[in-house]
Design a protein around this ligand. Structure first.
Ligand code: FE2
Ligand code: FE2
Length: 164
């Protein structure tokens, strides 16, 4: 049976992000392709967390923890957009932006795992985690199909933030 515990699904994506960052550092790899893959997955993952997972976890965790996670998603989208807008994949400019994105995401994954997922495993009943896992996968797939990692789509939340 496929894994549907939402915590396990989220952790699996986090490890995939780390693998894609490693692959992006390899100058012999297809960096443009890895960048497309990373961008789509980062956005689909964050959207699925915010639409399905974070709202449901408000019953079990402090609001401030959830709100902080959402703020960090916006930081991640901004850093991702900066990378996507870098004119030349592989240039020194691009690598500096990749460094910043990796730091921003690593910080978020660490905090999300410590402050949200660890607590969710302890407080959220297993059937709820399973239902949330199915909902997480549904939104994530829908976003990936809609090319959610394209620069135009990544710009949307960043613009919304700038308007606040
Ligand atoms: Fe996550
Ligand atoms: Fe997240």
């Amino acid at each position: 049976m496929p894994v549907t515990d939402v915590v396990e699904l989220i952790l699996a994506d986090h490890r995939t992000f780390e693998r894609l960052f490693r692959e992006l550092r390899d100058s012999l790899g297809d960096r443009a392709e890895h960048q497309r893959e990373l961008s789509g997955l980062l956005v689909a993952h964050a959207v699925a967390e915010e639409r399905e997972v974070y709202p449901a976890l408000r019953r079990y965790l402090d609001d401030s923890v959830i709100e902080h996670g959402s703020e960090e998603h916006l930081d991640g989208h901004q850093a991702l957009l900066d990378l996507l807008e870098s004119p030349e994949v592989g240039s020194a400019h691009w690598r500096a932006r990749l460094d910043h994105l990796e730091e921003t995401i690593a910080h978020h994954l660490d905090e999300e795992e410590q402050a949200i997922l660890h607590q969710a495993t302890r407080s959220v009943p297993e059937p709820v985690r399973t239902d949330l896992g199915r909902a997480f996968v549904r939104i994530r797939e829908r976003e990936l199909t809609a090319d959610c990692g394209s620069p135009d789509r990544v710009r949307e939340p960043v613009r919304a933030l700038a308007r606040d």
